[in-house]
Each structure stands twice: as C-alpha cells, then as structure tokens.
Design a protein around this ligand. Sequence first.
Ligand code: ADP
Ligand code: MG
Length: 249
Amino acid sequence: MSEALLDIRNLHVRVEDKEILHGVSLQIGPGETHVLMGPNGAGKSTLGYALMGHPRYIVTEGEIWFKGERIDTESPDKRAKAGLFLSFQAPLEVPGLTVSAFIRTAMEQRGEHLRIAQYNRQLREAMDLLQIDPSYARRDLNVGFSGGEKKKAEILQLHMLKPSMAILDETDSGLDVDAVRTVSAGVAAFQKDQERSLLIITHSTRILESLHVDHTHVLVEGRIAAEGGADLVDAINASGFEAYEKKSV
Ligand code: ADP
Ligand code: MG
C-alpha cells in the first residue's frame, strides 16, 4: 500500500471515564474517499473529534499519523493547519461573527493571507458553485440557520479552506432532498480535486450517489467490525448492522 495520508493505529479513546474506541486502525491514502458507517453510539463522531484533538476525547493508546507526522499530541489548531478538517454533526452558533469573517480568520490561521478583494472574489465563486445566496456571507455564523444552511456553511468552508483531508460527520442527515443534492454536489466538486481525501460518516447513501467510494469501514461498539469496498454500503443498506454486531462481541 502506498504511504497513507491518514494512518490511525490501534486507537483507544476515552470520554470521561468510559472507553469508547477500543483499538481502531484505519488508513486513508491521498485522493481516496472512505465511508465510515455504524449504528448510533458506535463511536463514529468520537473518532472524528479524537482525530481533530477535541480535549474531551482522550487518546489512551495508539497513534494518529498525518502526512507522515504523528499528530495525536498536537493541538487542534496545528492539526487544522496541517490540513485536517472536520465538519461537525452539530455546528456551533457564533453570534457576532459573520460567515465571511469566520472563514477568512480560519484561512489566516492556516497561514493563507489574501487581500480582501481577492478573498471576496474567492468566496463569491465558492458560493456560486454551491448555489448559496451572496447575502449569506454577512449573516452571523449558524445563528438562525436551517439545518440545510448550516451544512452548506460547512461545505463552503471546505471549498475555501481546501484541506487535504476532510472528515464529514453526517453532513447529509436531516436535510431535504434539494439540500442533499446541493451538499453532495459540493462534496463531489471537492472530491474531483485529485489530491483531496475524504472520510464520510453517514447513515444514508444519498450523499454517496454522486461520489466515488474507495473503501468502507463499519464501526460497531468502538471496533472496526467489517471492511470492504463501495458494495459494502449497499450490503448494509439491504440488511443492516445486525450481522456485524454479532461478530464484534
Ligand atoms: P456515533 O457518532 O457513532 O453515533 P458517538 O461517538 O457520538 O457515536 O458516541 C459513542 C458513545 O460515546 C456513546 O455511548 C456516547 O454516549 C458516548 N459519548 C460520545 N461523546 C460523549 C461526550 N462528549 N460525553 C459523554 N459521552 C459521550
Ligand atoms: Mg455521530
């Protein structure tokens, strides 16, 4: 196997005094798209937070390597700078900070300093691509946003920040058909950029319809219970997680 972009080795993660992940290993190569499925409470979001370095999610054993460097002891900020991006299942509302200012600050934190006119042009182009109304850039981040608008804001960040590895945590859940279409078109445009890798956490396959999937992982009770290709997504949709739940005990 070629050098992995993201290499998760035997990861154990604890939240408060409970171990949630019991030795997860997973490798994602450059330009690959992987899907992570699993029943509610399996630990999928926990894996996302642990990868980003959320302080509540404690790595007790194992290692996370990104671009050939060990990152599990690095700050969330450093991981983001290195090119990791997590779209949250429940995005934060930030009164007083506009979408435009938020994304510009995030880009600057990653060392990308654009002049305002150039930044505005890039933002407008990304918003056009995602069919987002321009007025949206001046609204406070996620405040009073519908579920669909929050997800679009995340996809907009994805397009502006251009991380090398994006983890999308149920980006398609709770969206109406039109919003799913817009979001998946946005993710597909991101995927077309050959250097970009994706880890898509999803229950629904609607977002996958326009995407190419290289590999599927099934997480059950904090362990990888099955691995496969794109066809594993279809198999799970047909028969559920039950077979894997038994195997993991
Ligand atoms: P999934 O995303 O697969 O539905 P989660 O990672 O959200 O699963 O949750 C896995 C387990 O970890 C659940 O039992 C959940 O209650 C627990 N958990 C996750 N995050 C927290 C937290 N911040 N505080 C307490 N328990 C948590
Ligand atoms: Mg979750």
